[in-house]
Ligand binder design. Structure first.
Ligand code: ADP
Length: 493
C-alpha cells in the first residue's frame, strides 16, 4: 500500500516555470480550461480598443491616418479576429499560446511603428505601455510567452528607431527607460502570478492524491473489517457450537456422577443398617462423609460452569419466605446442635406469611450456603439468621437478609476476595476446614442476578455477619409454591 505520509516537494523549472512532463500536461489542460473564457472576452475587448484608436489617429496625426488604418484593419484586427474564431475549435488548445504570441507581437510591432512615426505624441507611447500590460496580465499569455513577446516588441521598437532617420536620441532613451522598466516590473509580477498558480495547482493535485490514498486505505480497512467480521462470525459459531457441547456435557456429567453416587449412598445406608460394630462402622461413616463432600463439590463446580456459560436464568415466582426460613432452620438445627451451637431464626416481620415474587431456588441456595458456612466456621456460640424490610439509598424497599455467627471471623484483607472463585480466607488456619471456595462466588452471582447486593461485616476471632438484599415485590395473588423447592441441593455434613 502507498504511504499516505510520503512527502513530495513542489518541483518546477525556475526559469520556464514548467513542471515535469506529467504535471505539465495536466497543468496546461487546467490552465486552458480556466482561462478560455477570460481569454475570449479580453481578446475581443483588446481588438475593439485597438480598432477604436483609428479615431485618435485621424485627430492627432491625420498625415499618417491612412497608414495606421492599414496597420490596424489589414493586419492586427483581422489576425486577432481570426484567432478569436479559431478559439472555438478543438485543436485551439494545442496551439493557443503560440497564436497569442504571434498576435501580441503583431499588435506590438504595429504600435511600435505608430509610436516611431508619431514619436512626439504621448498617446502612442502610452499605447505601448498598455500593450506591455495586456501581454503580461490580460490576454492569458503564460509568463514565458508574454516575456518573449514583450521583449521582442521592445527590440523591434529599438531597431526601427535606430534605422528611422528623423528620431531624437533623447526620446529613444527616455522611452526605453520607461518601456524597459515596465517590462521588468510586468515580467516579475507575471512570474509570481504564474508561480503561485502552479503552486496552487500542485497542492490541489497532492490533495487529490492523498485523498485517493485515504480512500484506498479506507477501502482496504473496510475489506479488512469484513474479513475480520467473517472470521469472528465463524469463531462465534464455533464457540456457540462448543458451548452447546459444553452444556450437553455438563448435563450428562451431572447426571452420570449423581447416579453412581446414589448407588454409593444407597449401599452405605444398607451397610449402616447391618449395625456393624467397631471399625467397619467407622469406615462406613467415612465413605458416606467423603461421598457427601464429593457431591457438594461436584454440585458447586456444575453451578459455576452453568453461571459461566450463561445457562442460569432466574425463575421468578411466588415464594413463601416464612416457610423458607422455617425449612432452613429445621434442616440445619440438628447439625448446629451436634456442634453445640445455638441456631435461631429471627424475622422482624411477624404475623402472617410473607409471600414475595422472587427466584426461591436461588434465595434458598444463597441462604443455605451462608448458614452452612456459619456452622462450619463456628465452634461455640450462636448463629442467627433472618430478614427484615429496609429502604435503600434509592428509596426503594428491599428485603435485607442476614446470617450472623460467632465463629472465627475473616481477616479484613480477605473480606472482598472471598467472593471470588476458589478463594479461601481460612487457608492459614490451624484447623483445616473443607471447601473449595466456590459457595460465596455462586451466592454473589445469584444475588446479583436478582438485582441485589451481598456484603459482610466481620471481626477476626469474634464472628461474621453476611448480608444480602433483594427487591421487595409482594405477591398479590399469594399462590405459593410449596413443592420440593427445598429439596436438598446441599447435603448436610
Ligand atoms: P468454601 O466452600 O471454602 O466455604 P465459600 O466461597 O463459601 O467456600 O467461602 C470462601 C471462604 O470464605 C471460606 O473458605 C472461608 O475462608 C471464608 N468464609 C466464608 N464464610 C465464613 C464465615 N461465616 N466465617 C468465617 N469465614 C468464612
Amino acid at each position: 500500500m502507498n504511504n499516505i505520509n510520503e512527502k513530495r516537494s513542489f518541483c518546477i523549472n525556475k526559469i520556464s516555470l514548467s513542471f515535469n512532463k506529467k504535471y505539465e500536461v495536466l497543468f496546461l489542460k487546467k490552465y486552458f480550461s480556466n482561462s478560455i473564457f477570460q481569454f475570449r472576452i479580453a481578446f475581443l475587448l483588446n481588438t475593439l480598443i485597438y480598432a477604436s484608436f483609428t479615431y485618435l489617429d485621424t485627430l492627432v496625426i491625420p498625415e499618417y491616418a491612412t497608414l495606421f488604418y492599414f496597420i490596424r484593419f489589414y493586419f492586427v484586427v483581422p489576425l486577432c479576429s481570426f484567432v478569436l474564431i479559431l478559439s472555438f475549435f478543438k485543436f485551439f488548445e494545442k496551439i493557443w499560446q503560440a497564436l497569442l504570441l504571434i498576435c501580441h507581437i503583431t499588435t506590438g510591432v504595429g504600435l511600435s511603428i505608430m509610436t516611431l512615426l508619431a514619436s512626439d505624441n504621448y498617446s502612442y507611447y502610452a499605447g505601448m505601455m498598455l500593450i506591455f500590460l495586456v501581454g503580461y496580465f490580460f490576454i492569458k499569455l503564460r509568463f514565458l510567452y508574454a516575456t518573449i513577446a514583450n521583449w521582442a516588441i521592445l527590440i523591434f521598437f529599438n531597431i526601427a528607431f535606430l534605422i528611422y532617420p528623423n528620431t531624437s536620441d533623447i526620446i529613444l532613451i527616455s522611452y526605453n527607460f520607461i518601456f524597459i522598466s515596465a517590462n521588468i516590473i510586468g515580467m516579475v509580477a507575471a512570474y509570481n502570478i504564474e508561480y503561485y498558480a502552479r503552486n496552487d495547482f500542485y497542492l490541489n493535485k497532492e490533495l487529490d492524491i492523498q485523498k485517493g490514498l485515504v480512500e484506498d486505505y479506507n477501502k482496504n480497512l473496510e475489506d479488512l473489517v469484513q474479513e475480520r467480521t467473517k472470521e469472528l462470525v465463524k469463531a462465534k459459531n464455533e464457540a456457540e457450537k462448543s458451548d452447546k457441547l459444553k452444556s450437553a456435557f455438563l448435563a450428562n456429567i451431572s447426571h452420570e456422577i449423581r447416579t453412581p453416587m446414589n448407588g454409593i449412598f444407597g449401599f452405605t445406608r444398607l451397610l449402616k443398617e447391618l449395625n456393624l460394630k467397631g471399625e467397619p462402622n467407622e469406615y462406613i461413616n467415612i465413605i458416606e462423609q467423603s461421598g457427601v463432600r464429593m457431591l457438594n463439590l461436584i454440585n458447586d463446580i456444575i453451578d459455576v460452569s452453568k453461571l459461566e456459560s450463561g445457562l442460569v436464568i432466574s425463575d421468578i415466582k411466588a415464594t413463601n419466605l416464612s416457610e423458607l426460613i422455617k425449612y432452613i432452620y429445621t434442616f440445619f438445627k440438628p447439625e448446629a446442635k451436634s456442634k453445640g451451637i445455638h441456631l435461631q431464626s429471627n424475622n422482624q416481620i411477624t404475623g402472617k406469611d410473607i409471600i414475595i415474587k422472587t427466584d426461591h431456588e436461588k434465595i434458598y441456595a444463597v441462604l443455605t450456603n451462608l448458614v452452612k458456612n456459619a456452622i462450619k466456621f463456628t465452634e461455640t456460640g450462636t448463629i442467627e439468621f433472618g430478614y427484615h424490610l429496609e429502604h435503600n439509598e434509592q428509596k426503594t424497599t428491599v428485603l435485607k437478609f442476614h446470617v450472623k455467627d460467632s465463629g472465627i471471623g475473616i481477616p479484613k484483607d480477605k473480606q472482598e476476595a472471598i467472593f471470588d472463585r476458589f478463594i479461601r480466607a481460612d487457608i492459614s488456619n490451624e484447623q483445616v476446614y473443607e471447601g473449595a471456595g466456590l459457595g460465596l462466588s455462586i451466592a454473589k452471582a445469584y444475588v446479583e442476578m436478582l438485582d441485589g447486593e451481598i456484603w459482610l461485616k466481620s471481626e477476626e476471632g469474634l464472628g461474621s455477619t453476611f448480608y444480602f438484599t433483594i427487591p421487595y415485590i409482594p405477591d398479590s395473588k399469594e399462590n405459593v409454591t410449596n413443592e420440593s423447592v427445598f429439596q436438598v441441593n446441599l447435603i448436610k455434613n
